[in-house]
Design a protein around this ligand. Structure first.
Ligand code: CO
Length: 460
């Protein structure tokens, strides 16, 4: 049986280890080698890359995408999309979702991995439909978590529903690295028995499970695994591409990875890793195996966010308390999987609960919207006291929230006028208004100074 590899160094590894601060210029020289390495796909866009490009790197994310496409003409470019949330933290109206996908595919994306943080499939429906319409591969991602309501049967039902929706593959997305080898085996097998689509498995090395998890997943019939080139692997990132290629080969699986190219790619990224380690962007903490996540279910990105948040408030010594508060907040909120935007919501609320010394004394705006039903259906009922505290006697909204939103694209385009040079600019603006505006000003200034875009050095 043949196992295929998705390389995550450009997106998830970059996001999980160094908060997506790798500028395009840093990895540009290796893209042609990556193109010949035999990957199934290169995950390179979406997630936090879009935000980070505009906010920290002074890069136009759309330009980055086009440049990557040019250098990786034979590799499928893959992006991660949060369904109706796109790359942000709130719901967008359908016209914006459709435009965003149209331009993502138009600028070079081949595979869109689409998920909803609550696995509420009403929130991925439009994105899946538009991806198919634009001729790209729609991968339906199921967020993996554990709770009394997340049973094998529940996951099977989700896969079945996604298949009926027309997805081209099913991805089991274990953002926290909490899926053990046996769980992976049982789940992949169950999904394979339910649908006749390729199954992709995505996990993180956070807890140390990942290599074992992938081995059992491929034994159960997984078709594609997500890995990171070894110098950017491990810890909160994915397990190493090379190691898995060697191991699977020994076990009699075939793959199309070119081991010589992988060595070259790793030799390229090794000095970058050293540089990020020495300038502090890469914190050795996130490279360690952290079995706490088996209890707290905290994904890598969330853990580094929490550390940063506590650092900013001079309260890093309270990390353990926050980690203990997270499962309680999650339970109160009906066991949402800890993935963006739920991970941020739960994380911020847990920090607030701990630092204020009283639970829910202050409740985040997003948590309130969530409890009002604006993010979708919670996997389990929300704690009734908390619900009452937020809603009073009101009932939560149970429809598809995007149905309540007026079209946003044309109005935004009209209000931006000449500031937006193309429809992609309008989308950047809708996604991150303030940051995009700042970027447009920066771009203008750069051009007035007759320079081409420069990559600003990140200092923090
Ligand atoms: Co991930």
């Amino acid at each position: 049986m043949k196992i295929q590899f998705t390389e995550t160094v450009l997106r998830d590894a970059n996001q999980s280890l160094i908060a997506t601060r790798m500028p395009f210029a840093a990895f540009e020289p290796i893209l042609e080698t990556m193109d010949g390495a035999g990957y199934y796909s290169a995950e390179c866009w979406g997630g936090a890359t879009f935000d980070s490009c505009l906010r920290y790197l002074n890069e136009d994310p759309w330009v980055r995408l086009r440049k990557m496409k040019k250098k990786l003409p034979n590799t499928k470019l893959q992006m991660l999309l949060r369904g109706q949330n796109l790359l942000g933290y709130k719901h967008y109206p359908d016209d914006v979702v459709r435009k965003f996908i149209q331009y993502s595919v138009g600028n070079g994306i081949d595979i869109i991995r689409i998920f909803d943080a609550l696995n509420d499939l009403r929130n991925i429906q439009i994105a899946v439909e538009e991806t198919k319409k634009r001729g790209a591969h729609a991968s339906g991602a199921i967020c993996y978590t554990t709770s009394p309501v997340h049973t094998l049967a529940k996951y099977q039902a989700l896969a079945k529903e996604m298949e009926a929706m027309g997805v081209d593959s099913i991805c089991i997305k274990d953002m926290a690295g909490i899926m053990g080898p046996q769980e992976a085996y049982d789940l992949v097998k169950a999904v394979k028995e339910t649908v006749s689509l390729p199954v992709v498995v995505h996990t993180h090395s956070t807890t140390g499970f990942a290599f074992m998890t992938y081995l059992k997943a491929v034994e159960a019939g997984a078709d594609v695994i997500d890995t990171a080139i070894s110098s950017f692997s491990g810890g909160t990132s994915q397990p190493a591409t090379e190691t898995l290629a060697y191991a699977l080969q020994q076990m009699g699986f075939s793959h199309s990875m070119n081991l010589k190219a992988l060595k070259e790619i790793n030799d390229f990224f090794q000095p970058l890793r050293d540089e990020y380690l020495s300038n502090g962007l890469l914190d050795p903490k996130v490279l360690a195996t952290n079995t706490d996540a088996l209890i707290y279910q905290v994904p890598g990105g969330m853990l580094s966010n929490l550390i940063a948040q506590l650092k900013a408030q001079n309260a890093t010594q309270r990390l353990d308390e926050v980690l203990q508060e997270i499962p309680s907040v999650r339970k109160d909120l009906g066991y949402p999987p800890l993935v963006t935007p739920m991970s941020q919501m739960v994380g911020v609320q847990a920090v607030t609960n701990v630092l204020l010394g009283k639970r829910y004394q202050s409740i985040g705006k997003e948590v309130k919207s969530y409890v009002r039903g604006e993010y979708g259906k919670p996997p389990a009922p929300i704690d009734s006291d908390l619900q009452k505290k937020i809603l009073g006697d009101e009932q939560p909204f149970t429809g598809r929230f995007a149905d309540t939103l007026a079209p946003e694209f044309e109005p935004a385009k009209a209000s931006l006028g000449a500031i937006a040079r193309c429809e992609e600019d309008v989308l950047s603006y809708i996604a991150f208004p303030k940051i995009a505006e700042k970027f447009f000003q920066y771009r203008q200034k750069q051009e007035e100074n007759q320079c081409s875009y420069t990559i600003m050095k990140i200092e923090e």
